[in-house]
Design a protein around this ligand. Structure first.
Ligand SMILES: [Zn+2]
Length: 369
């Protein structure tokens, strides 16, 4: 994978290029960020750049023998380790063909996607001791042909305490070995590993790069494009998921929000309101208009069993909400609240505040009388 195939992260790419050009290649780095932001593709592009035998000013060449093997993830000096369920084997090597296929289909995948590829959605994944021993074995090999041997460990948070077996190897690696660890959650990684790696913090994909990328998706119109960019918040995986769903892109946001209000998890309301409040004004208006439509659907369903135009997840939601047994007055107060919030947004009020206030109104009215 070339840097140019990784969406966004221009500054990070430039910093990587510069450090390699200056001969500063840290032996162990910890890439930190959500899967959908692209930490894994960035780590892959970095490794390809380091090993490219005909590096350009800003990117790997893509055509030298090393690059070609990197593109197919078959370079003999590129080693992977990743979590998998016990039922699927002892070592990640046994799953390598599936791993390559999954990674080539989408390097922005997360653990759930990977488990789906393995047909093991409900299974527990980890990086077992047998796998760690195999990593150590691979580390004793001399690089076959590249200047560097790369050990890419995806989701080291699944190493558990046994990960300590790796410490010495990370601290004093054999010559020309690069450790690239790619994590979503540093809190779950054992501290001894964190302290031995250089952190590389990956940010969400910037909006311009996301827009440029999504513009190429078939059947994209400008309204859908803008809404997806806003709602996905720099996460390519979320963006692609939103585009596949038949229901409104706001639906999951509202379902989550109503869950918070119904269970009175008010501590989680503020971060939620900050996130949704960061949408641009047009998207926020779309959010409120859709919420109103959904709540009017709930109100109508309290008079009649006919769900009219609703189907799928939205119809399920309406029926579940109806089962909470709110009175017509309570529903009307919620709808009034949504209407007045929409009015505030149109008059440029601060969105996170409007959303927080509204959440309190809704939570109060979700209590059974
Ligand atoms: Zn090359």
């Amino acid at each position: 994978m070339k840097f140019s195939q990784v969406i966004g992260h221009q500054e990070k790419k430039q910093a990587f290029v510069k450090s390699v050009q200056n001969g500063r290649v840290p032996h162990a780095q910890l890439f930190i960020g959500s899967s959908g932001w692209g930490a894994l593709p960035l780590a892959l592009a970095y490794a390809q750049f380091v090993c490219c035998t005909d590096r350009g000013e800003t990117d790997s060449c893509g055509i030298c023998s090393s690059c070609r093997k990197y593109e197919t993830l078959t370079h003999p000096d590129l080693h992977f380790s990743f979590p998998f369920p016990r039922e699927k084997g002892e070592k990640s090597t046994e799953l390598l063909p599936k791993w390559r296929e999954a990674l080539q289909r989408s390097p922005y995948m997360n653990l759930m996607d990977w488990m789906q590829v393995l047909d093991a959605e409900k299974k527990q994944a980890n990086i077992p001791t047998s796998e760690i021993r195999d990593i150590l074995k691979k580390l004793t090999l001399k690089p076959y042909e590249a200047a560097f041997k790369v050990m890419l460990i995806w989701l080291p948070e699944y190493l558990g305490k046994e990960g300590n077996i790796l410490l010495k190897a990370i601290e004093e690696p054999s010559q020309n070995t690069l450790f690239l660890l790619v994590t979503e959650n540093t809190e779950k990684i054992i501290g001894t590993i964190i302290s031995r790696t250089q952190p590389v913090r990956i940010a969400p994909i910037d909006q311009d790069s996301m827009r440029d990328y999504l513009r190429r998706v078939p059947d994209m119109d400008s309204e859908k494009l803008e809404r997806t960019v806003q709602v996905a918040q720099g996460d390519l995986r979320s963006a692609m998921q939103l585009l596949q769903e038949t229901e409104s892109p706001f639906f999951e946001i509202i379902r989550y929000w109503m869950g918070l209000c119904a269970t009175r998890k008010m501590h989680a309301i503020v971060p939620w309101a900050d996130k949704v409040g960061s949408f641009n004004r047009e998207t926020l208006k779309g959010f409120f208009l859709y919420s109103l439509e959904l709540f009017r659907g709930i109100l109508v369903s309290s008079y009649t069993d006919n769900l009219s135009t609703w189907s799928g997840n939205e119809a399920d939601f309406i029926l579940k909400f109806k089962a909470l047994g709110l009175t017509v007055t309570q529903l009307e107060v919620i709808i009034d609240g949504l209407e007045s919030a929409l009015g505030h947004i149109e008059r440029n009020a601060r969105a996170p505040l409007v959303l927080t206030d509204l959440s309190y109104t809704i939570a109060r009215n979700m209590k059974k009388l």
